[in-house]
Design a protein. Structure first.
Length: 83
């Protein structure tokens, strides 16, 4: 139900990254804006599993689409999350 409602309410599509655990690609089809979220730092298993490959980078822009001129500068760069 949640996977159906999120795109309906926000226009955002969320896909799991095929090669990175706890990483998701979020995109907005209408504008072409997309980014990746690395949730391994907040997944709960990152603390339990020391072998989990995680980084401090939590947000990585992929494409700005038609929002390039409208996005604030901080959304045009990687955002680091503390572990």
């Amino acid at each position: 139900l949640v996977s159906f409602m999120l795109p309906l309410l926000t226009g955002l599509d969320v896909l799991s990254h095929s090669h990175k655990k706890h990483t998701y690609r979020i995109s907005h089809a209408r504008t072409g804006f997309s980014f990746e979220l690395d949730c391994s730092n907040i997944a709960g298993t990152a603390v339990a599993n020391a072998d989990l490959d995680s980084s401090d980078i939590g947000y990585t822009p992929v494409s700005f689409g038609t929002l390039d001129a409208k996005l604030p500068e901080y959304l045009k760069e990687e955002i680091y999350f503390d572990k």
